[in-house]
Design a protein around this ligand. Structure first.
Ligand code: MG
Length: 369
């Protein structure tokens, strides 16, 4: 086989306004500021990836990510895009951390590999195109406004709600009480404290919230405090999911060995893409830890890649793909389709999603060739 080569890489800044600001325990986001990476090959196949840098979590901004992308793009020119492991190892050796930037390149490389094979990405990974049900996420606000939002999401077809908490015990309990009073006890609810509690507050709050029938709670305490996570996990009647405390497979192995949580939240922006996302899931599967795939503030490009990963592995049992609901505008053609809480994946080769050229032409761009 003649080796295809990377001949050009286009980098775009992706700027999109939110409908309303979105608040979590770590801070408030007002707009999406992502990056897009398009890799061109000498065999006519292109691959597209997206990264959604989120300062609070991965330490990257759009500006940092754009600069890092220029250097990574230069590193990849002239090389074979199908040798994904080698390319990703080169990138890892070249630049430490920067997982969100790396994820944009990883997704673009997998897009090329799947298109080269003539397969949808989930099929390339050996998966099955199954039904995916995503949650709807409610940001931190007053209990009344959060209950109102819950009702709004139910009317839009929500099958499960993810509720952001993490301010203090009393307000957080009032929030869930108000939401349960509004939507009843049937609807599935999960929590995300985004590291907002200390250990004692986490334990007491989760114990007091158990009567509201909660599926699980993400990241109750500081991301670095794995021992506290384990202690909360042992004393909480509500199952615990690791999110900010797990970026890659090394974190997954450590948390699994410690018995620190019930679930892993894989995000491509944390894992550096699909390659390591698969490794995290494999560790989870071996340790009896089911996974979720979530997102930062990706458009349907990044979210489509995440949906393919979910369809590729049966150990990934939860989907948190509703980031696209933050935006008034959908600048993406093709890719995963949202119908209420249902997310379906197209049978087109690759991940199937692309930016509308009319949208992309308005964004800042640089070409590396
Ligand atoms: Mg989370």
């Amino acid at each position: 086989m003649n080796s295809p080569k990377i001949v050009r890489i286009d980098l775009h800044k992706i700027n999109l306004d939110f409908i309303t600001p979105f608040k979590i325990a770590l801070g408030e986001a007002r707009r999406g500021e992502g990056i897009a990476v398009r890799i061109f090959t000498d065999i006519g196949i292109t691959g597209l990836g997206e990264g959604s840098p989120y300062w609070f979590i991965a330490g990257e901004t759009q500006a940092i990510s754009f600069e890092a992308s220029k250097a990574i793009a230069t590193l990849l020119l002239g090389k074979n895009p199908l040798e994904i492991e080698s390319r990703l190892n080169e990138i890892d050796a070249f630049i430490v951390h920067n997982s969100t930037t790396k994820s944009a390149f990883d997704i673009a490389l997998y897009d090329i590999l799947a298109k080269h094979a003539g397969l949808p990405l989930y099929a390339l990974l050996g998966g099955q195109n199954r039904e995916i049900i995503t949650d709807f996420t409610i940001g931190i606000d007053t209990p009344q406004k959060m209950a109102q939002k819950a009702l709004e999401y139910v009317s839009e077809g929500a099958c499960s709600l993810k509720v952001k908490l993490g301010t203090n015990h009393d307000d957080d309990v009032r929030r869930i009480q108000a939401i349960r009073e509004a939507v009843g006890m049937e609807l599935s609810i999960q929590l995300d404290a985004n590291q907002g509690w200390d250990t004692v507050t986490a334990i007491s709050t989760l114990q007091d919230l158990a009567k509201y029938k909660i599926n699980f709670c993400e990241e109750p305490v500081a991301h670095w405090n794995n021992k506290a996570l384990k202690r909360v996990h042992e004393l909480s009647p509500i199952p615990i999911m690791a999110d900010e405390s797990i970026f890659d497979h090394h974190d997954a192995l450590r948390l699994a060995e410690m018995g620190a949580c019930d679930y892993f939240n894989i995000k491509l922006a944390k894992s550096g893409g699909i390659h390591t996302g698969l490794k995290i899931n494999a560790i989870g599967e071996a340790a009896g830890i089911p996974c979720m795939v979530g997102g930062m503030f990706e458009t349907r490009v990044g979210i489509s890649a995440g949906a393919h990963l979910i369809a590729a592995r049966s150990n990934i049992i939860f989907a948190d793909l509703d980031t696209v609901h933050h935006y008034a505008e959908d600048p993406v053609i093709g890719g995963a389709v949202f119908d209420g809480c249902k997310v379906s994946i197209p049978e087109t080769p690759g991940h199937g999603a692309d930016f509308d050229p009319l949208f992309l032409n308005k964004m800042e761009k640089i070409t590396i060739e």
